[in-house]
Design a protein around this ligand. Sequence first.
Ligand code: DX5
Ligand code: ZN
Length: 230
Amino acid sequence: MNVQIAPSILSADFAALGDAIAAVERGGADLIHVDVMDGHFVPNITIGPAVVRSLKRVARLPLDVHLMITDPDRYLEAFADAGAAMISVHVEVLPHLHRTVHAIRALGVSPGVVLNPSTPVMAIEHVAEAVDFVLVMSVNPGFGGQAFIPRSESKVREVRAALDRAGNRKAPVEIDGGIDISNAPRVVAAGARILVAGSAVFHSSDPERATRELKAAAVRALPTSTPAAR
Ligand code: DX5
Ligand code: ZN
């Protein structure tokens, strides 16, 4: 399994999202991470399906839609129709997580589940075999530009182990929050294979170059022995 970079457009200029996406695509990004916030689950409000639909028209890369909303079930179809390739939902708001994961897949979208920093890994134990990826939050969700929580590194290892125990070796661990060129190698060494980065990319003077450098740092940290490499 290679390592993928998913720039989060939350930190980009919302009046020029097309340009932001084009820049990171030139820089070798693998996914476009889209942060959806409702002002209830998190204290911030961002974008909805209409904007995702417009992004889909200009993006060549798959859209990785991270739903930070209290009632994701209600909006799955809208985001799938809008063009999401991946949808991740927070375990903290879903009493019927297993059903939600299958509902996302039934819409033809890749399902992922997300853990807040305070949520134990056991919360995903019983859906680990059914998901396409698990997202570990390394900040408390709501805003870009927060500091990486160091404990997240061991949490990535625990989630990786849980997926492996469930026989889901192909499902990558994604990490989101405070990722930059200095901690990227550590989280890759811990087992993360999708790295979300907002401010490290879009608050730099050259997002294309920042993407390229982040990816190079992440790839260098991959284990070299191929059979075990993922
Ligand atoms: C935080 C979002 C992140 C955010 C990351 O709630 O889920 O995707 O954009 O931004 P940085 O990389 O600046 O922490
Ligand atoms: Zn996110």
